[in-house]
Design a protein around this ligand. Structure first.
Ligand code: GUN
Ligand code: ZN
Length: 447
């Protein structure tokens, strides 16, 4: 097995700073070495200790003026919407009808899907994101296209075929039975094939009949270890619509709950307008809210109260996500920038430590993936991002006034974007190298 080592300042988390103190769980090594063997982290620690035990001939790549951390995780995103990012003027339902449902029809063509999947994954890697949970479209070929591209890169990604049998254009609708059969075949083909994982994907309650949600619940229950992804309580008009469509249910979350769609590995996009009772139920069942602040501000949906969701009396899991193409940036740094602003509007100042925890280990924990990704420790998969602390002249200037490392991290998440990514490692391999791209004009993995 090949070994390699990365040297520089690294940051990782051993637990959840919302539960204990930040000092207890935030680990910074100012001159550290991470030893990678094959696809995994073999060992890490201060350089002065590690240098003594590196296997002979190990190549050490050093990154100065940088911070090394676990690769970012985007827990809710739509790869087919890469082509409609920044679509003007609408709120959720109109935006879906006028942009999204039109674009998604193009994914009946698998070549188109493959091309978009590649652009999407290249941009994620450029932003330092090494794992995503993505919606595909109703067409099974769009799922194959995504997983084929993901598998080539050996990324740990989650994806699923959108299930949708009403309130959408005819060409985008399946039936309860078709969606069950197609999704089941895709699970058998892709779930746990290498690093690929499947999510049963009813788009949201308004575009599914009760029969389809029942089929989704049955399918998810029959395939333990798969994920479930959908949307909940994103927009006030959407919440009212669900009340009309499902009058016999106690609320929006209850629709999913009654069809067996709550539990560990259930990823609920947004959750902005969930009631206290619904948050309690989510806490009981283990489901996750995927927080998508750039999307929530862009569509005028509102903003989640993360601190309230995660409060110790009835903690709800929260992951971080871009929700492209309603979200406006591939960059998790920019997503943290907006997470901070959403927290400010709720009366909380989110520290840089809490923010970078959310972007890495926090999202991995929310998805039950923290035994594999999200932090730096021996045995973890070597998905790693190296972030430049001086990626633009303005940031370089601002950093020269920073009094400590925490302030540097805060500047990085407020002013930084994809230009800050110096290198991205997936399963131990460099899949994005900013320096090499600048010289050759070519990405490390995409010609
Ligand atoms: N609700 C249902 N579908 C979607 C979608 O594609 N994007 C967002 N932001 N919300 C949704
Ligand atoms: Zn979404």
């Amino acid at each position: 097995m090949t070994t390699k080592a990365i040297r520089g300042t690294y940051l990782t988390f051993t637990g959840d700073p919302f539960r204990s103190s930040l000092e207890e769980v935030m680990k910074v090594e100012s001159d550290g070495i991470i030893l990678i063997e094959g696809e995994k982290i073999k060992d890490l620690g201060p350089a002065e200790d590690m240098l003594k035990k590196l296997p002979e001939g190990t190549e050490v790549t050093e990154y100065k003026d940088s911070v090394i951390m676990a690769g970012f995780i985007d827990s809710h995103v739509h790869y087919p919407q890469t082509q409609i990012i920044g679509a003007y003027g609408e709120q959720l339902i109109e935006w879906l009808n006028n942009y999204t449902f039109i674009a998604e029809q193009q994914f009946a063509n698998k070549d188109h899907a493959s091309r978009v999947a590649e652009v999407f994954l290249r941009e994620q890697l450029r932003a330092g994101t090494t794992s995503v949970a993505t919606f595909c479209t109703v067409y099974p070929g769009s799922v194959d296209a995504f997983f084929e591209a993901s598998e080539r890169l050996n990324m740990r990604n989650i994806a699923g075929k959108v299930m949708m049998d009403r309130n959408a254009p005819e060409a985008l609708c399946d039936t309860a039975k078709m969606s069950y059969d197609d999704s089941k075949a895709l699970i058998e083909k892709w779930h746990n094939k290498g690093r690929q994982m499947y999510a049963v994907t009813p788009r949201f309650a308004p575009t599914s009949t009760p029969e389809q949600l029942e089929a989704a619940g049955a399918l998810w229950n029959e395939h333990k270890g798969t994920f479930m992804q959908t949307h909940v309580s994103e927009n006030v008009n959407e919440v009212a619509w669900v009340k009309d469509l499902y009058p016999e249910h106690e609320g929006y979350l209850d629709v999913y709950d009654k069809f067996g769609l709550c539990g560990d590995r259930a990823l609920f996009g947004h959750g902005i307008h969930l009631t206290e009772k619904e948050l309690s139920r989510l806490s009981e069942t283990g489901g996750t809210i995927t927080h998508c602040p750039t999307s929530n501000f862009f569509l005028g949906s509102g903003f989640l109260n993360v601190h309230n969701a995660k409060k110790n009396e009835r903690p709800v899991r929260v992951g971080l996500a871009t929700d492209l193409g309603a979200g406006t940036s591939f960059s998790i740094l920019q997503t943290l920038n907006e997470t901070y602003k959403a927290a400010q509007l709720n009366g909380n100042a989110l520290s840089a430590g809490h923010a970078f925890y959310m972007a890495t280990r926090g999202t991995a924990e929310s998805m039950c993936l923290d035994d594999k990704i999200g932090h730096l420790a021996p045995g973890m998969e070597a998905d790693i991002v190296v972030l430049d602390l001086k990626s633009t002249p303005a940031i370089d200037f601002r950093m020269s006034f920073a009094k400590d490392f925490e302030e540097q991290l805060f500047i990085l998440m407020t002013l930084g974007d994809d230009r800050a990514t110096r290198a991205t490692y997936v399963a131990g391999d460099v899949v994005y190298d900013r320096g090499a791209e600048a010289v050759t004009g070519k990405n490390a993995v995409f010609a």
